[in-house]
Design a protein. Structure first.
Ligand code: NAD
Length: 373
């Protein structure tokens, strides 16, 4: 089996597998190729790959020779023309938002595994790229906000006067949100949190933050740990309650997402108007529409002196650790689809294999993606 590691497009500094991780893959029957410069932005030089036994090759050579390709971001249309039939690709392709692209990949005879579709079960935790990358994004979001914010985070009482602590509001207490809470608390901020899942209240409180209670959230117990869409009545009540907290906040980190759906709009323009100039909002849901009125993906905009950063790929700004954790997720996943001799072994009875496979044998095979075509 030949495994190929592609260089990601310029906007993503990560790499699917670091040199020391590739080493563990190289066995009698498995060769690993890496595109020249694949790890450069993540501080993994070509020489380090070579020292680990990986051969450096051109993109075309990798596409033409590999049986299994690792590429976090989608392949290009040009890439598809060069692949062997039946090539396996592993990455993060958001198929619930890219169903037509997945259909093209099926026609190109790719077997696609999209790791963002892995079920959120205990057994799948070691392969859960959404968690490993969201954890970094939540941490980076707070650090970014702290540098953009023109005031202190912690409280200070000095001979030159007193500084009150920053007030941070975190919307969505999933993996990214909880890490944002922990990081903001470490920096000395006073933190409030809102989430539609009441189950997170205890976790929020154990991190020293206040949970904003809104009655009547829709039951999400059947949604595998994810949020579900809320009723109009709940949304109205949530907005009312949030408006009070938004007006008092200096920093807001938004992370609220619903799988396969546009992100809920939680902060309206009127709410923005109530914030003081110099406040900072980091919208981690920007790529799916954003939680804030006026958010633009991959762009920073200003609303009456409030800085709104739309960025859903903050993990890429910490490429070394992001790649390390992503690569470990990938290695764990590959153990599920390869036998000890390095041969591909796809067991569609396995819920993780089935749940993450989007295209196979010339067809889109994932029910939720099929439902979108
Ligand atoms: P996510 O990125 O899909 O969403 C972020 C958060 O936004 C969620 O907590 C969600 O409830 C919240 N949200 C959605 N709509 C909202 C709204 N209108 N207002 C306020 N908040 C809203 O979530 P995620 O971080 O990927 O994971 C969510 C949860 O899944 C985790 O907290 C965890 O409980 C579970 N999980 C389980 C596993 C596992 O067992 N393997 C792995 C990862 C996550």
């Amino acid at each position: 089996m030949i495994v190929g590691i592609l260089r990601e497009p310029n906007h993503d500094k990560r790499v699917s597998l670091l040199p020391e991780q590739a080493k563990s893959l190289i066995k009698n029957n498995t060769r690993v190729l890496a595109e020249a410069g694949a790890g450069a932005a993540a501080f993994a030089a070509d020489e380090a790959y070579v020292a680990s036994g990986v051969a450096i090759a051109s993109r075309d050579e990798i596409l033409q020779q590999s049986d299994l390709i690792l590429a976090i971001q989608p392949l290009t249309a040009n890439d598809l023309t060069k692949l062997k039939s039946g090539t396996v690709v592993i990455g993060v392709y958001q198929p619930l938002f890219t169903a037509p692209l997945m259909q093209d990949w099926a026609r190109a005879q790719l077997t696609t595994f999209s790791l963002d579709m892995i079920p959120r079960t205990t057994r799948a935790q070691s392969m859960d790229v959404l968690s490993s990358q969201a954890n970094i994004a939540g941490y980076r979001a707070v650090l970014l906000a702290a540098t953009l914010y023109p005031r202190y985070f912690p409280m200070f009482m000095t001979a030159a006067g007193s500084i009150t602590p920053a007030r941070v509001l975190v919307l969505g207490a999933g993996v990214a949100g909880l890490q944002a809470v922990a990081t903001a608390r470490r920096l000395g901020a006073v933190v409030e949190v809102s989430d539609t899942r009441p189950a997170v209240k205890e976790e929020v409180m154990s991190l020293g933050a206040k949970f904003i209670e809104v009655e009547g959230a829709a039951d999400a117990s059947g949604a595998g740990g994810y949020a579900v869409e809320q009723s109009e009545e709940y949304k109205r009540r949530q907005q009312q309650r949030l408006a009070e907290s938004v007006a008092k906040s200096d920093i807001i980190i938004t992370t609220a997402q619903i799988p396969g759906k546009k992100a809920p709009l939680l902060i309206t323009e009127a709410m923005l108007d109530s914030m003081r100039a110099g406040s900072v909002i980091i919208d981690l849901a920007a790529s799916t529409g954003g939680n804030v009125a006026g958010t633009q993906n991959d762009t920073t905009v200003y609303h009456k002196g409030i800085c709104i950063v739309g960025n859903s790929s903050l993990a890429s700004d910490m490429p070394s650790d992001a790649s390390k954790l992503y690569g470990k997720n990938v290695l764990n996943f590959m153990q599920l689809i390869m036998d000890k001799e390095g041969n591909l072994l796809l067991n569609f009875e396995d819920d993780i294999v089935k749940g993450s496979c989007v295209t196979h044998n010339g067809a889109v095979v994932h029910d939720r993606v099929l439902g979108l075509l």
